[in-house]
Ligand binder design. Sequence first.
Ligand SMILES: [Zn+2]
Ligand SMILES: [Zn+2]
Length: 512
Amino acid sequence: MSRLNLAGHQSWKELVFIFHLFTSIQSYFHPTFDWIPSTNKPSEVASKKEIPEKYFVHAKRFAGKLLLKEEIPLDASEWSELLHARAFEAVNSIEGHWWGWRCRRCGNKLRRQFANIPCARCNETHLYCRNCVGMGRVLQCQPLYVWTGSPPEWPVQENVCRWEGQLTNAQRHASDRIKEVMEAGNGELLIWAVCGAGKTEMLFEGIGSSLEAGKRVCLATPRADVVRELLPRFKQAFPDVSISGLYGGSEDKTGDGQLVLATTHQLLRFARAFDVLIIDEIDAFPYHKDPSLPFAAARAAKKEAARVYLTATPRKEERRRIDSGQLESAFVPVRFHGHPLPVPRFMLSNRMKKSLRQNLPPDNFFEWLKHRQQPNRQLLIFVPHVELAGKMEKAIGLVLNNQFGLSAVSSVHAADEDREEKVRQFRNKQLNVLITTTILERGVTFPSVDVAVLDAGHSVFDEAALVQIAGRAGRSPDDPDGEVLFFHAGKTNAMVASVRSIQAMNKRAVRI
Ligand SMILES: [Zn+2]
Ligand SMILES: [Zn+2]
């Protein structure tokens, strides 16, 4: 700044400075991640400094990550040897601009999300990012480390995909498009597939051919439940591929697989790692609300990566990009078993609020329960908030047991420690009824359920949530129907829009 002489003639130095200033402002608003050093070709590494062969194994573990020193579990001598050989490079954790900062780990640039703290090492006060402090505090004086040794080499194998199922015509069409984009690289594709379209199967072929080509692939999804559900399926489909499953609390912490299944939050530790990045449920909370997640996703993919997005309920932004031709898309309007999506029924109850205050469902819920089409189906009850889930379990457990023979009733919510176990029990039909918040609105598949939404007009149930919730029913070819009921105290736009959207998809499915 001080070199800029605004009063006098502008020298070439000043013009260079202005150019830098301009590009700096631009990269602040549209991050290019040019600060990430790339891995070196093996020949360059050898010529720089000899890296012992045994350290090549570290490439799989550390390449494509952005790590604090504490997150690199190497002993001191190994660490200094690797640093000396320039197999790791340090980068600033926080970018300082004279108009603000940006945390390079989470992308945060909100002033109020930065704070100062005294640093014992430097005897100074430093800035740190409060937004990603949950991942371990990173002070401005602490660098993040990037692997710059040799790139990881994945085994060259043929026929890695052992999945033997058949794709439907609609799935085949999407699968071919996915494969093309993945093979070509450097492109984006959005797959708009209804709930229950069988999107995982559509990915297998493209992922298989990418892995065979020695590419590294990541499938990121917003929810840990989904990672847990997908992991065994992918291990079965790709038995000879190293696969990592990463989510908060996962056993695997290394993330050294060629194929990584992760929650979107886990991408906050990756940088320029993946040749193929698939983002499941691109529209889902928390992805669309938390700007650090798109930031991390953009950084986790290599520059020339292929990006595939999956959604059953695209948001306005994606629809706008599709309509304006900026985003390629493929549409899968039909479920894999060919049956239409169950259309929700509205059940008006004027006493809704009163019942909920007593932690009870409205009267017409019990009326409906008496006359269910298939009393053998399990029952998923969605409620608008956490407290209600637990209280309602206590309040109606006995009634459901005594009057309806539904003996095993439980409830689950996001912070529930037993959430994983309860979902597993419900899937294994050890539970008859599960009362849940919107955490089970998507991603989870139960073969034969009826779905009731209590207080469907509540603001947590937006159009996308209601479409997803309705999409839990009728997933299995053995029981493709399932009832979906929206119990409400007055129709909302979201409720009406969700039903219209489901009907529109069913119409479109008939045409293909
Ligand atoms: Zn310090
Ligand atoms: Zn941060």
